[in-house]
Design a protein around this ligand. Structure first.
Ligand code: GLN
Length: 206
């Protein structure tokens, strides 16, 4: 079984650890560079991206993590994790650090106040067995993605995508090579299919 880390600085770390453990992986929290060096892949959890970003710098993990991702370590980010993996953030803070790995522009808290949090059943490409119950909590969306990025899911009925497929709605799940990201939180639902997809990605890479 692959060993998958969950970045454990802030956010819903426990939920990811248990989803990974029921998906055929060993899973351990990662807070130090030495722990990062041990893992075959890493989950960046949901939480507050600005807080996680600040703690990454404080814990000396920013550069080591950027290097591992650039070096091809599989990574999966949910919500705040998606924001951190993106190459660029809109409505972020000036001092927000990016890990890179995903050639997308994300918009923080994109769905706005009226729909701060919502749930929706969405088909997700690469996930078989019917739609995924997607839980959105002050979620970002992917405002634009480079052609190398595979779009896995969209929320229908959301505002037009400039230059994109207007009817299809905003992008909320993507994959670029070994990097996977969802604006929603599959770790909160008990449905482990997204985590299984990530465990497969890590296993293939090993
Ligand atoms: N709104 C949060 C942020 O900007 C993300 C919320 C979440 O991870 N549930 O970081």
């Amino acid at each position: 079984e692959p060993l998958i880390g969950v970045l454990a600085l802030q956010g819903d770390v426990r939920e990811h650890l248990s989803a990974l453990r029921t998906s055929g992986a060993r899973a351990e929290p990662v807070r130090r560079e030495s722990e990062l060096a041990e893992v075959d892949g890493l989950v960046v959890p949901g939480g507050e991206s600005t807080t996680i970003s600040r703690l990454l710098a404080m814990f000396g993990l920013l550069e080591p993590l950027r290097e591992r991702i650039a070096g091809g370590m599989p990574a999966y980010g949910s919500c705040a994790g998606m924001i951190l993996l993106a190459s660029k953030v809109l409505d972020g803070r000036e001092d927000q650090h990016q890990l890179g790995g995903l050639d997308v522009i994300v918009r923080r808290n994109a769905f706005g106040r009226q729909v701060d949090s919502f749930e929706e059943d969405l088909p997700v490409a690469g996930v078989d067995g019917g739609p995924v119950h997607a839980v959105f909590i002050r979620a970002p969306w992917v405002e634009s993605a480079s052609p190398e990025v595979e779009v896995l899911a969209r929320v229908p009925g959301t505002p037009d995508v400039p230059g994109g497929d207007e009817a299809a709605g905003r992008i909320v799940a993507v994959r670029q090579g070994r990097v996977l990201a969802t604006a929603f939180h599959p770790e909160l639902t008990g449905d482990t299919r997204v985590h299984r997809l990530f465990v497969e990605m890590v296993t293939e890479e090993r």
